[in-house]
Design a protein around this ligand. Structure first.
Ligand code: NAD
Ligand code: UDP
Length: 317
């Protein structure tokens, strides 16, 4: 007998990471229900999937309950760019917290396995470097980034309470800066900003002195990690860091983008946003040991593919 197809719900499925995840789940033979309110995502990100009979797109806001029958839930719904999550901070907290409650409630009702897209922001502006999962973080609870950071922290709390109290099968991924095709050109994150600016010959905006660091993971690697986590034994709950441990300063990133695009854009300095973390690098020992996962795409190769994507958008418009 044919094994039944797994029914996967991807919330935030029309966003950057979500659209790549939907693609990959379909490619391996799952049924995918993509749920999105299109706040930062777009139908265009999944338009190539709409003809697939195993794909379904539903406009829905996860702050409201959802009644569907699924086997696995990937809960990605939440704006991820600081510019977007600070646009309506109350809605951001609601999306993280009410969204988690609703999706956990759904998982409990249908006994689905559920994965939370958490974030390195739960570590705040870290005083421990690199960050390992046992670190509790250094987070401002009342600042401009708090709606996102504390929302995601509360979602983690809810996941672990549902696990302890209701025996739910949970997976918590702490995702570090991820980039690639389908990032929104205006979403304000550093990789998309720099590439768009370089291709347009506009100044590259370095916030602060550009010496703050981030570790950039290519989207295909990250999606591998999310699926490996979902497929891991039930005892593997996380939290588990998913990211590329290779650390770069923002200035180094700007220089790589300039070199790859051949752009003559100048570097300009702008004020550092409030509570901008000084350094960030994942310790991925746990992911290596428990999932057998690590990223394989070098920054240069991932940036080349991302530059090609943004260049193609420019040609299409
Ligand atoms: P994104 O903004 O491209 O995608 C988020 C998606 O969620 C969008 O399609 C948006 O329309 C949707 N959404 C937002 N609020 C919603 C709501 N209330 N109901 C339904 N849909 C809603 O961002 P992304 O980079 O794809 O991030 C996806 C997830 O991964 C987010 O939860 C984010 O916090 C997490 N994450 C991403 C990164 C990264 O570097 N990309 C890093 C850490 C964590
Ligand atoms: N940044 C920058 N110029 C930009 C956009 C961002 O220098 O045009 C910096 C930002 O201040 C931060 C880093 O790049 O130090 C990463 O920012 P992003 O918004 O991509 O993600 P974060 O990791 O801060 O959530």
């Amino acid at each position: 007998m044919q094994p039944l197809r797994k029914r996967c719900l991807v919330t935030g499925g029309a966003g950057f990471l979500g659209s790549h995840l939907c693609e990959r789940l379909l490619a391996r033979g799952d049924d995918v229900l993509c749920v999105d309110n299109f706040f930062t995502g777009a139908r265009d990100n999944v338009i190539h999937l709409l003809d697939n009979p195993h794909f379904e797109l539903l406009r829905h806001d996860v702050t409201f309950p959802l009644y569907v029958e699924v086997d696995e839930i990937y809960n990605l719904a939440c704006p991820a760019s600081p510019v977007h999550y600070q646009f309506d901070p109350v809605q951001t907290t609601k999306t993280s917290v009410h969204g988690a409650i609703n999706m956990l409630g759904l998982a409990k009702r249908v006994r689905a396995k559920i994965l939370q897209a958490s974030t390195s922001e739960v570590y705040g502006d870290p005083q421990v470097h690199p960050q390992e999962e046992s670190y509790w973080g250094h987070v401002n609870p009342i600042g401009a980034r708090s709606c996102y950071d504390e929302g995601k922290r509360c979602a983690e709390t809810l996941f672990f309470d549902y696990y302890r109290q209701h025996d739910l099968r949970i997976k918590v991924a702490r995702i570090f800066n991820t980039y690639g095709p389908r990032m929104h050109p205006n979403d304000g994150r550093v990789v998309s900003n720099f590439i768009v600016q370089a291709l347009a010959g506009e100044p590259i905006t370095l916030y602060g002195d550009g010496e703050q660091t981030r570790s950039f993971c290519y989207v295909d690697d990250l999606v591998d990690g999310l699926i490996a986590l979902m497929d891991s034994p039930d005892a593997v709950t996380g939290p588990i860091n998913l990211g590329n441990p290779r650390e770069f300063s923002i200035r180094e990133l700007a220089e790589q983008v300039l070199a790859l695009t051949g752009s003559s854009s100048k570097l300009v300095f702008r004020p550092l946003p409030e509570d901008d973390p000084r350094q960030r690098q994942p310790d991925i020992t746990r992911a290596r040991e428990q999932l057998g996962w690590e990223p394989t795409t070098a920054l240069k190769n991932g940036l080349e593919r991302t530059v090609d994507y943004f260049a193609s958008l420019g040609r299409a418009s």
